[in-house]
Design a protein around this ligand. Structure first.
Ligand code: SF4
Length: 327
């Protein structure tokens, strides 16, 4: 048995632990406890951060500030989230089960680890994310759920979150506090691509704690949504997912935001596709071409090359539905 200490942080300052590989912050525990059972995570000290702010409050600019300890279910059910950010409510409800959403926290959702089967097989598989330099048994293995873009020769794992895909499309900001003070990290930069160090997954410095997520006002409102394509109707991770919102003017796309899930090591903001579609009428060929351009750098495995076409077709379906048009 491994010795393990536990304490509960009441204030943010209590949660700022000295840089120590043995400490882990504990939110709802829906991922960390699983990984401890599997021997993937072996902390020596747990700092429970569920007592930090769980407030969800409107801000003066018309945005929304969500406390790090807010439960996923509380965020999805909040009237302001449902009215102003429906894609976020739908993304959360597309993830996991009701029981898990009741436990999981917003900050924990950002920090969850990949569900790569080889990463979770601590006893039998090589994994550069778990043990840097050991190799990657996923490459050449079962890759249906792995990433097709943003990967490296070290790691091809996909990011598992639904909620984070919507946060990427909404251009959220992650507020953090650490020994050096507070800072705000644009969501697009929060998760790192694997490169040669897939074990370093975010821009958080040792000792830093997520305190809140800020959402700027969204121009898309009801004309935004989240759609998840998966192997079964519930409790399954995305093969491909899309968070999208748009505004139309004079029959053309005036503004658009697109983020994909299930295809990259982090939520994949499709900036090139957005540029290609702005100012153009909504047309099937244009959407498919824009996605193909955005994913031109993809390096799929034999088991997941289908995701590139699936991403285009899913976005096409989402945009036509948002505009109330049939294809
Ligand atoms: Fe590990 Fe990444 Fe390879 Fe999966 S894809 S086994 S997480 S290195």
């Amino acid at each position: 048995m491994n010795p393990l200490s536990y304490r509960r942080a009441t204030f943010v300052e209590d949660a700022i632990v000295l840089p120590n590989a043995g400490h882990r912050l504990l939110g709802g525990g829906t991922n960390l406890i699983d990984l401890m059972r599997k021997g993937v995570e072996r902390p020596t000290a747990l700092v429970d951060v569920t007592g930090l702010s769980a407030e969800i409050e409107a801000t003066d600019e018309g945005g929304l500030l969500i406390g790090a300890a807010a439960r996923n279910s509380a965020v999805a059910a909040h009237p302001l989230v449902r009215a102003r950010y429906p894609m976020l409510a739908r993304a959360i409800l597309a993830g996991a089960s009701a029981q898990i959403r009741n436990m999981a926290t917003v900050a924990g959702n950002l920090m969850q680890r990949t569900r790569c089967l080889y990463f979770q097989d601590a006893a039998g598989s090589r994994c550069n994310k778990r043990l840097p330099g050991s190799g990657c048994d996923a490459i050449g293995g079962f890759t249906r759920y792995h990433a097709v873009i943003g990967t490296s020769a070290s790691c091809i794992a996909s990011h598992p979150s639904d909620m984070c895909v919507a946060l990427a499309a909404l251009e959220a900001t992650v507020h953090v506090t650490g020994g050096a003070g507070t800072r705000a990290i644009p969501f697009a930069e929060f998760h790192r691509l694997p490169g040669e160090r897939p074990d370093i997954e975010t821009l958080l410095e040792p000792g830093e704690v997520i305190t809140a997520i800020w959402l700027p006002p969204s121009p898309f409102g009801a004309r935004s949504t989240y759609r998840k394509v998966r192997d079964r109707a519930s409790y399954a991770f995305a093969l491909v997912s899309v968070a999208a919102g748009l505004t139309m003017r004079g029959g053309c796309i005036e503004d658009i935001r697109i983020a994909f899930g299930g295809i990259a090591p982090r939520p994949w903001r499709a900036l090139r596709a957005e540029v290609a579609l702005r100012g153009r009428p909504l047309a099937r060929e244009a959407v498919l071409a824009a996605v193909a351009e955005d994913l031109a750098g993809a390096a799929p495995q034999p088991g997941n090359a289908f995701k590139i076409e699936l991403a285009g077709r899913t976005l096409e379906a989402v945009l036509f539905d948002l505009c109330g048009r049939s294809r």
